[in-house]
Ligand binder design. Structure first.
Ligand code: ZN
Length: 239
């Protein structure tokens, strides 16, 4: 741990790469694994084709999961310390696979939301953009002023990653001297390739997960088997 803390303290362009495990401690269930959303719900309702054909049905399910549970969640110690790392200027910011907006809620400024966000949406007819907070979610499906259906700005199955976010994330990963991987098993393409890219460019990798991941052997220089909040509470002592 001491060696990893030294790396973090001496970082000049660090990056944090987060997944569902960070938000679990804020009460947001992960998609896969034990207690995962896809054990309870059918992922087809956020397939792009299904959404276009059945927007009302898709929205009914999305509201239950994303806009009730995620909308009420609060950031935890991990989100808070990650935001502090950025304030020290030793870290560039965070690349997250989460769509809950909790990094921003904790004060992070440079947040690459690799899979988009629940906090914004756009009209599929006229592309007008909305903050989710302005949208009347009691309508089903929620619609634009023009009458077009609104689609949340998170990445659906069958939808590509926003090219700007992809390229910004890659640039951050490549230029990072230290990357902390937290709460992700490294199984969702193409997000999972970012630590591999970083590694190729000489980035030191610190991994924090509850169980070994695709990174543990071969990619990670340090592996801490613990909760994200426990790890970052320790890091905070040395900031
Ligand atoms: Zn519209």
């Amino acid at each position: 741990m001491r060696e990893a803390i030294e790396l973090i303290k001496n970082a000049q362009s660090g990056v944090v790469f987060t997944g569902a495990g960070v938000s679990v401690e804020s009460g947001i269930p992960p998609f896969t694994g034990a207690g995962g959303l896809w054990n309870k719900y059918d992922p087809k309702f956020i397939e792009l084709d299904f959404f276009y054909q059945n927007p009302a049905k898709s929205w009914e399910e999305m509201k239950k999961i994303f806009f009730t549970c995620m909308g009420q969640a609060r950031p935890n110690k991990a989100h808070e310390v990650i935001a502090q790392l950025e304030k020290t200027k030793k870290f560039q910011g965070v690349i997250t696979q989460n769509i809950d907006g909790l990094h921003q809620a904790a004060g992070s400024k440079n947040v690459q939301e690799f899979h988009g966000t629940i906090h914004q949406m756009h009209c599929i007819q006229c592309a007008r953009r909305y903050d989710t907070a302005q949208v009347d979610l009691t309508q089903n499906p929620p619609v634009c002023k023009c009458g077009g259906v609104l689609k949340p700005d998170f990445v659906f199955y069958g939808e590509g990653i926003n090219p700007r976010v992809y390229s910004e994330s890659e640039t951050m990963a490549i230029s990072a001297d230290v990357m902390i991987i937290v709460g992700t098993a490294g199984q969702v393409m193409p997000a999972c390739s970012l630590p591999l890219v970083a590694k190729q460019y000489g980035t030191r990798i610190i991994e924090v997960n509850l169980q070994p991941s695709a990174y543990t052997d071969g990619v990670s220089d340090f592996y801490f088997e613990q909760k994200a909040t426990a790890f970052f509470a320790e890091v905070e002592k040395y900031l």
